[in-house]
Design a protein around this ligand. Sequence first.
Ligand code: G3P
Ligand code: MG
Length: 244
Amino acid sequence: MRRDDADRQQGPLREFAIFAHRGASGYEPENTLRSFRRAMAMGARWLELDVHAVSGALVVIHDATLERTTNGRGYVMDQSLAYLRSLDAGKGERIPFLEEVLALLGPDDGLNIELKGPATAVPLAALLAASPQGVRTTPGQLLVSSFDYGELTALRRLRPDIRIAPLVTAVPRGYARFAEEMGAYAVHGALGAATEQFIADAHERGLKFHAFTANTRKDMDMLFARGADGAFTDYPDLRPGLCP
Ligand code: G3P
Ligand code: MG
């Protein structure tokens, strides 16, 4: 029996993980502490965020450029930390450092860190090694994902105890074989890639399947019916109809 066959609850009462995508970003400015606090207040078990590396620090922002989500200009990685921290990321919020989000987590909260910018694996491993003064988060509370499989495998080499999940936007040839070969815990697939076959193949390989980004009840129900183990959503108060 595969590892997950024993774990996974079947039927309408099985667990379905809700990942608050960039926090409760349907309600608050994305990737801000305000957005993460709102998601936690809504009962989200998992937060998702995106990081870029700047001067050895990890800053929480999705785009490579500042214009869409802040009052700044230019490329995130070209800026000083002082400039980035002077900006308004919405409703007076600052661009957070990753450690500020880690500090929000209680022992039952989980965080999906998406390595968005280049060269993020090394600073993440360094940050997590900074315990106990800074980081108290346990490896079990973390799930690190990326479209950049080089960074993911670099992190895996540095910290084999931290779970990883490659992101995909289409169904790969060989389904989830690539993820199994990377030693991944889960596959994170776009809605269009969340087919029954791909999800079943991930499960047969002992992997979870989480889909992004489900912002309607219809999409949530579709994912649940196809066997997905969870979904990213901008509205963390949204649940599949059959979900407990
Ligand atoms: O991690 C799931 C999702 O966040 C990936 O896409 O562009 O929203 O970071 P994106
Ligand atoms: Mg993301």
